[in-house]
Ligand binder design. Structure first.
Ligand code: ADP
Ligand code: MG
Length: 288
């Protein structure tokens, strides 16, 4: 079921407007980030409300991954400000101006922000359950028993409760990526950042991972999802943001942005995506 329809059932207006009433979860003001002389983010402003799912699309190199990395301060940004659930990310203002948070504060901050990448990076020598309970125990200092209970709940959420004793090498890529999602959820994040999490998967494994993400959306998780899966973006997100060359060109409800965008750059990008997927389906049909 699409998210918009769920919201309809709850008697709310679907999309952008309905979420605007919810409290702000992620606030980004005038975010700038350069690598050397390459300015990668050129003043990003973005507000994401609690429970909102925002899909970020755009050409390769437009700064999508850098944006997510700034939100949990994997990459220190040069200027601007980010808050998650009202708390500053990375930099704090003091009498001396802007100073980097201490490591302890940074760790606490990062615990509230789940991030899942294209490469799942599970520990190969640990079982599925051990992978999932590692951070709650090591980082949060949680009692093992409690971590196991939480870990099993989160594995059940992604349909992998039965695999808790398997090692990553015994799982498909789609299953490993679902474990990575469960591992992130076990830290009880306020927001989940997903960076092209299906891009490294064989096509037949994409669906099971997207279903797990859809279930999270329907459970009300706040998410920022970088994806090339346009049908998924349309189905699962409340809002689509189009980025190009380090700026947000436009954003809006998925059915508007993906079918009737205001900007030529957005139209050109969507045309290229459609051409590519048509070429792929011709290949598939030709090869069958
Ligand atoms: P996207 O995710 O949209 O493909 P990225 O955020 O990965 O884009 O990259 C945006 C730009 O930043 C690219 O020009 C890329 O080469 C550059 N970039 C990304 N990460 C680094 C890095 N660690 N060091 C130097 N340049 C980087
Ligand atoms: Mg990227």
């Amino acid at each position: 079921m699409s998210r918009s329809r769920l919201l309809d059932r709850a008697g709310e207006t679907p999309g952008f407007e309905s979420s605007a009433a919810a409290p702000v979860m992620v606030q980004i003001w005038n975010l700038h980030k350069s690598y050397g002389s390459n300015e990668v983010l050129k003043g990003i402003d973005l507000t994401v409300h609690r429970g909102e799912v925002v899909a970020v699309i755009g050409p390769s190199g437009s700064g999508k991954s850098t944006l997510l990395s700034c939100i949990n301060f994997l990459e220190p940004f040069d200027a601007g400000e980010i808050t998650v659930d009202g708390e500053p990310v990375g930099w704090v203002t003091s009498a001396e101006g802007r100073v980097r948070m201490g490591e302890r504060q940074l760790n606490l901050m990062r615990q509230r922000i789940g991030i899942v990448f294209q490469q799942f990076n599970l520990f190969p020598h640990l079982t599925v359950l051990q992978n999932v309970i590692e951070a709650p125990i090591q980082v949060k200092g949680m009692a093992r028993e409690q971590a196991v209970a939480i870990g099993r709940d989160q594995l059940a959420r992604v349909g992998l409760r039965a695999k808790e004793n398997a090692y990553p090498s015994e799982l498909s890529g789609g299953q490993q990526q679902r474990v990575a999602i469960a591992r992130s959820l076990a830290m009880d994040p306020k927001v989940m950042l997903l960076d092209e999490i299906t891009s490294a998967l064989d096509p037949e494994l994409v669906g099971e991972v997207l279903s797990a993400v859809r279930a999270l959306a329907e459970a009300g998780m706040t998410m920022i999802i970088v994806t090339h899966e346009m049908a998924f973006a349309r189905d699962v997100s409340d809002r689509v943001v189009f980025m190009d060359a380090g700026t947000i060109v436009e954003q809006g409800a998925p059915e508007v942005l993906l079918t009737n965008p205001a900007h030529e750059r957005t139209r050109a990008f969507l045309r290229r995506i459609i051409e590519r997927s048509e070429a792929q389906s011709e290949l598939t049909i030709g090869g069958a």
